[in-house]
Design a protein around this ligand. Structure first.
Ligand code: HEM
Length: 177
């Protein structure tokens, strides 16, 4: 049984712990946030989703490689698997991980700034990244790409028979973000 004083102390402690995670709750408060730490977290969850999808492709490749025969997927599908694995891992996980997640979250605090210079533009950048990722996933769902993550020619031009343009556009849009 706690005394009234103990309860008061705990309440004060809880009020003092208000921070960027609990200052405002709800999906809208996250989707419209201009707080650099929250935007860093938005990037973190987004790149983790791409990491999981790319990992599923990696797991399917390793399963296919259990035996020399093509038991699980065709040669064409295998090419598409390592391409989507590479595209998502490199452009939508590895590259944004340090500048977008850590950069947003930590740099303003490290340099002692209240936030980044243009917080709304910072949020817009995340939306543009999501749009690029959506375009890449659209290309995946509609048949994928078999060029490898570098989109080297002539696989991506003369011999292209997959969704190279939409996938490359997705990467370009993400790069622009
Ligand atoms: C447990 C984790 C992973 C597994 C099992 C895995 C597995 C594979 C496999 C089987 C290939 C295809 C090899 C081939 O047939 O040519 C591949 C390619 C590749 N992986 Fe991973 N991978 C993993 C994690 C990662 C990570 C974390 C990254 C980068 C952040 C990455 C980047 C790439 C790239 C760039 C390629 C080449 C894609 C291409 O040729 O277009 N992988 N991986």
């Amino acid at each position: 049984m706690k005394t009234a004083t103990e309860i008061d102390i705990r309440t004060e402690g809880q009020m003092a712990r208000t921070h960027y995670l609990n200052v405002d709750l709800g999906v809208k408060s996250w989707l419209l946030t201009t707080d650099h730490k929250r935007i860093g977290i938005l990037y973190l969850w987004t790149i983790l989703i791409f990491f999981v999808i790319a990992s599923v492709a990696a797991a399917m490749m390793r399963l296919e490689l259990l035996t020399p025969q093509g038991d699980l997927v065709t040669n064409e599908t295998y090419n598409k698997l390592f391409t989507i694995h590479g595209v998502l891992m490199v452009w939508f996980f590895l590259i944004p991980s340090i500048p977008a997640v850590l950069g947003n979250f930590a740099i303003p605090m490290i340099i002692g700034a209240r936030d980044v210079a243009f917080p709304k533009l910072n949020l817009l950048s995340w939306y543009i990244f999501v749009a690029g990722g959506a375009l890449a996933l659209w290309s995946l769902i509609h048949g994928g790409v078999d060029t490898g993550w570098t989109f080297y020619t002539p696989y991506s031009t003369t011999y292209a028979n997959s969704h190279v343009i939409s996938m490359a556009a997705g990467v370009f849009v993400a790069g622009f973000s």
